[in-house]
Design a protein around this ligand. Structure first.
Ligand code: ATP
Ligand code: MG
Length: 294
């Protein structure tokens, strides 16, 4: 097996009394799209900053491409593209100028593809950065990052300011670099945002990795909460595979549903003349609760 793209072992980092990282272990293989999920303040950005050599960990090891994240940061940065969570830009340059600047900093920036991305992200590159909204600042960083041909893309909550249409464009960009065999580390505090893209993921909470695996292995985490109303009795629901935590009341039901069983359960609900259905992905808090109580 080739060298892992990212290996972190026992990373610790404190800010005064705050233990931001309390022994983080993370291994990302080349060619993987890797999800890095955790609630606000869990330590995602701090881990990423250690991997980028922006922060020096108090203890533990961080390696990227087999190189030391702190000592070999310059060599590592030649091969990676980074999109920070809150994008700060030079207020007096236009978006287009900033994108060009970033693309030219990398030897292998692709200006043709840059133009295509500007169009697909429906981005106006002529405005001064000081005038861009949060989502548009995010687009500047994303267009610059995906216009460069890196081996590793580190994306820290890159979709937090994007509307749903732009999120789709973002997904296509990630899938394109994945097809080219590149590695992606994608952080988010919303599991459902990354579950379409990731091969594997780690969940971080209070500076510690609490779970790691493929989505299939973590299937129990992605059960949606379903609420249905139907005139006919829904008693048969409890016998269907994939239905959990069923609460039946006259005319309605709530339950958790394994994604893999969605079709069969929908067919049953349709046969009962369902009149209303809502499906909500689990929040991270729910997910942690079920994880720990279970
Ligand atoms: N420069 C800093 N100085 C002091 N405390 C910090 C600093 N950076 C991070 N922290 C603290 O470290 C902890 C982890 O923060 P971090 O930014 O890594 O979380 P995160 O998982 O990225 O959260 P979010 O989803 O909100 O971006 C938090 O308690 C945060 O307040
Ligand atoms: Mg963060």
């Amino acid at each position: 097996m080739p060298d892992a793209a990212i290996v972190a072992t026992g990373l610790e980092k404190a800010f005064g009394k705050v233990r931001a990282l309390d022994g983080v272990d993370l291994t990302v293989q080349p060619g993987e799209v890797y999800g890095f999920i955790g609630p606000n303040g869990a330590g995602k950005s701090t881990t990423i900053r250690c991997l980028l050599g922006i922060l020096k960990a108090d203890a533990g090891q961080a390696q990227v491409f087999g190189l030391d994240a702190w000592q070999d940061a310059v060599a590592i940065h030649h091969r990676l593209s980074y999109v920070p969570g809150d994008v700060n830009l030079w207020p007096n340059l236009t978006g287009g100028e900033v994108i060009d600047l970033f693309v030219r900093l990398k030897k292998n920036g692709d200006t043709g593809y840059r133009q295509e991305l500007i169009e697909r992200f429906d981005f106006d590159p002529t405005k001064k950065c000081g005038a861009y909204s949060k989502g548009n600042r995010q687009k500047v960083a994303l267009i610059a990052a995906f216009s460069t041909d890196a081996d590793l893309y580190i994306l820290d909550e890159p979709t937090s300011g994007l509307d749903p249409l732009m999120e789709l464009v973002f997904r296509e960009c990630v899938l394109k670099v994945k097809q080219e065999g590149k590695t992606v580390l994608l952080s988010s505090h919303i599991l459902s945002e990354v579950e379409h893209l990731c091969d594997r993921l780690s969940i971080i909470r209070q500076g510690r990795i609490v779970d790691t695996g493929s989505l299939r292995q973590m299937q129990h985490l992605t059960r949606c909460l379903v609420h249905v109303e139907a005139p006919a009795p829904l008693d048969g629901l409890g016998q269907l595979p994939g239905v959990h935590d069923l609460q039946l009341e006259p005319g309605e039901a709530r339950f958790r549903l394994d994604n893999a069983e969605t079709a069969a359960v929908m067919a049953f609900l349709a046969s009962q003349g369902v009149t209303r259905l809502t499906s909500t992905p689990p929040t991270l808090e729910e997910l942690f609760m079920s994880h720990y109580e279970g």
